[in-house]
Design a protein around this ligand. Sequence first.
Ligand SMILES: Nc1ncnc2c1ncn2[C@@H]1O[C@H](COP(=O)(O)OP(=O)(O)O)[C@@H](O)[C@H]1O
Ligand SMILES: O=C(O)C[C@@H](O)[C@H](O)C(=O)COP(=O)(O)O
Length: 344
Amino acid sequence: MEYIKFNEARELDLILLGRVAIDFNPAYNEQVKEEFKPLKKVHMFEKFVGGSPANIAVGVTRHGMKAGFLGKVSDDQFGEFVVDYFNEQGIDTSHITKCKNGEKLGLTFTEMLSSSESSILMYRNCIADLQLSVEDIDEEYIKKAKAILISGTALAESPSREAALKAVMLAKRNDVRIIFDIDYRAYNWKNTDELSIYYSTVAKEADIIMGSREEFDLTEKLIKPGMTDEESAALWQGYHAAIVVIKHGMKGSTAYTRDGQSFSIKPFPVEARKGFGGGDGYGSGFLYGLYQGWDIIDCLEFGSAEASMMVKSNNCSDSLPTPEEVHAFIKEEKEKFGEMIARV
Ligand SMILES: Nc1ncnc2c1ncn2[C@@H]1O[C@H](COP(=O)(O)OP(=O)(O)O)[C@@H](O)[C@H]1O
Ligand SMILES: O=C(O)C[C@@H](O)[C@H](O)C(=O)COP(=O)(O)O
């Protein structure tokens, strides 16, 4: 069954709007192998493009999809690094603009303490990505896409907040599907009421909503706190959502479809290097499957496999796999652990 219809005539599969940053992760390669250790003890870091929507842009592009990015970068070498990297990947950068008042890209230092403990130290003062403004949102560009993905971080502050809401409104009137990745990062928000106001505004318009249980709780705070997954899915499907994906970390995740069905998947067991990057691998893989017209359970399996591959890796962007690599990973895991390893 087809749950979502994309306008096939559109040149871009997906425009992603929001956060792009720089990740500095403890170096880990054949020459320099930093073991798990506290951040203060790390001597060498590797630099990667980071930030959830930027990572998903890389992920879907590795899968052969055509993506564009709507965002703001710093007017310095880190900004150039992002644009160069995106160009090398084949991401359309025509609507990435430079900040004019010295705002800087966010810097993220990831601490990897053990396979189940990781955290991030963020430098986000005078931040570039939240400078995206309504002038940057061009209707002609939005019209080129089958769908737009809004990352919740973009709603944290003005002017980015209005830019994201404008993009949603223009998508709506131009037959562009809206994907809302709640992408909650506490450090961006002043209080949880604001968060519920803006998250729920976008969730009401979205065709697909993806988030963790905690993220749905935050979104629903001023509507009806304490809902079950089934109640949340029904709430958003009462607006526009055709698919609501609710994640419970290592316990697995479920996609609720508008016809009242639900499909669940578990993570593939791996030795994780960090918790970050799982959500972006999951999003990239799930959306790829959906664009291929696969059954929802296959989209979920693909997303879950890609998530597991990403938590195992040392970064959240550069290691995003090709479809062939994800298929090979799934095959290997099934040979080791059985056909139903991730399926519930
Ligand atoms: N330690 C792990 N091992 C395998 N898969 C994992 C692990 N941690 C997370 N994942 C996968 O990554 C997905 C997204 O992780 P989650 O923590 O829910 O989101 P986010 O990365 O957005 O915070 C999970 O649904 C799961 O499939
Ligand atoms: O920007 C961040 O919050 C952390 C980054 O290190 C990372 O690039 C990221 O965004 C990971 O997102 P996730 O896949 O949702 O964990």
